[in-house]
Design a protein around this ligand. Sequence first.
Ligand code: AMP
Length: 130
Amino acid sequence: MAYDENNIFAKILRDEIPCKKVYEDDFALAFHDINPQAPVHVLVIPKGPYVSMADFTAHAPDDLVAGFMRAVGKTAEELGLAEDGYRTLANAGENAHQEVPHLHIHIFGGKPLGPMLVGHALGGEGPGGY
Ligand code: AMP
């Protein structure tokens, strides 16, 4: 899929629409999700035009790949989630219901999140999954 320069996260990166920023460096921007699914729900996006994890890891320069992954860890630290734990998740494509076509890693935390493969993660309606 070609990168859409007008997707909402591209606009956030260009400062055309606001976000509740958590962390920023040369490689990544992290901000609170507008529709949180957990007490803490933050998105981390790379500073570059990549649709998905596959696109990013195939085409981004090594310093950006490394810097972005480090930014995910730093963001979780800055949110104070490292000690109690948290979950990261990246949706890609239609089956995963990716809504915004700019790579983003969700960070969920702030409460016990339950086992991973229940509820929403398998497309069901049960509680506990994200
Ligand atoms: P996904 O389904 O993985 O593509 O997730 C997209 C996420 O982006 C959803 O959790 C939305 O709530 C979130 N989102 C959409 N627009 C915004 C925005 N302007 N600021 C922050 N989060 C947003």
